[in-house]
Design a protein around this ligand. Structure first.
Ligand code: ADP
Ligand code: MG
Length: 334
């Protein structure tokens, strides 16, 4: 057995493209019955019931941009980071499919990596992908593997099914709707951002009830993502600050930045919670009962105005001030 060094990854742990694909295939195991052809041919073949709509999304994670550089000098850290990257690469797409009201089903995964990462880092990446796939009932049916001259890049394309229904769009919100969010927001960069838990069960339960008008997952930050719903639906919003669910991480982040925890809840990204609009009756019930064990907060209402404002609470709407959109933009914040 090769000597394990903490200072370098042994060249013997490097693999060629076909060896690597074989290892990925073996690690992913047997696909479900609706996968007619999985990994191993020129393309995958899937069985889709007639009339069923599919929802398709893709997302890319780039080393040094979406996650810190994997240092070859620290093999154990590189492996645990790679596992988290694998989980996240798939989880963010499951979150998108869920926000459309779909059930995540089939993924293809493309990776570009340096030769030094074709051993234990690639294995750890596959473990993270597999864990996420198993947790959410997704089959990885193919992909592409290539060498990168620089950063590690992971791209996941995911298809989900809508069953016998239609997708839930950003454009379905109406004046008078209640604005709700699942979970608690802010401060995800303290670590939660690497382990997103897509709210697929919650989204499917809302869709099954037929009560949701518009939905989006919170990836860029509440102020930006709500803004997308408002733009698409041609409505405005009145939020109540005291109802915004502040994650303990937002409070910890506030202690570091000196800004209010509420600001972190409103503008930090990568919460991967759901924002949806529904009737006030349904919002009141969900705010009491939660959804699949996840808390739901009723944070405001939609208005016929063109803008988004925030008041201290529902009894002081006349004191509302404009809510600036300050979510993450890869080119402006980069
Ligand atoms: P081709 O040359 O036809 O593109 P490849 O040699 O790239 O074929 O891929 C062989 C098989 O392995 C295909 O089924 C492909 O989908 C699958 N595959 C390649 N890379 C990955 C990966 N990173 N994860 C999952 N499947 C992969
Ligand atoms: Mg290929």
């Amino acid at each position: 057995m090769a000597h394990e060094s903490s200072h370098s990854i042994e060249p013997s742990t490097q693999r060629g493209e076909f060896e690597l694909i074989a290892a990925i295939r073996a690690s992913l195991g047997t696909p479900p019955e609706d996968v007619i052809v999985g990994i191993g041919d020129d393309a995958a073949v899937l069985s889709v019931p007639p009339g069923e709509q599919l929802v398709v999304t893709t997302d890319m994670l780039v080393e040094g941009r979406h996650f810190d550089a994997l240092t070859v000098g620290d093999a154990a850290n590189a492996q645990s980071a790679a596992e988290a990257i694998g989980w996240k690469a798939l989880a963010v797409s499951i979150s998108d499919v869920a926000a459309m009201g779909g059930r995540a089903r089939w993924a293809v995964v493309s990776i570009a990596l340096r030769a030094e990462h074709t051993g234990s880092v690639a294995d750890a990446l596959t473990v993270g992908l597999r864990r996420c796939a198993e947790s959410f009932g997704v089959a990885i049916v193919g992909g592409d593997t290539t060498a990168s001259p620089g950063p590690l890049i992971v791209n996941v394309t995911l298809a989900g099914s809508l069953g016998d229904g239609d997708a839930v769009l950003r454009s379905g919100a109406r004046v008078g709707d209640a604005v709700c969010v699942t979970g608690a927001l802010g401060g995800s960069r303290l670590g939660r951002h690497l382990h997103p838990q897509p709210r697929q069960d919650e989204a499917l339960s809302l869709v099954k009830e037929g009560v949701v008008h518009a939905m989006i997952d919170l990836s860029d930050g509440l102020s930006s993502d709500l803004g997308h719903v408002l733009d698409a639906s041609g409505v405005g919003a009145m939020l109540w600050a005291d109802r915004v669910p502040i994650h303990p991480d937002a409070t910890r982040r506030a202690a570091e930045t000196g800004r209010p925890a509420l600001e972190h809840a409103l503008h930090d990204g990568e919460d991967f919670e759901l924002l949806f609009t529904t009737s006030p009756d349904v919002a009141a019930r969900l705010a009491t009962d939660g959804l699949c064990g996840t808390p739901v907060a009723w944070i405001g209402r939609l208005t016929g105005d063109a803008d988004c404002v925030i008041a201290p609470d529902a009894s002081q709407e006349s004191a509302a001030v404009p809510l600036e959109r300050r979510g993450y933009d890869h080119f402006r914040n980069g």
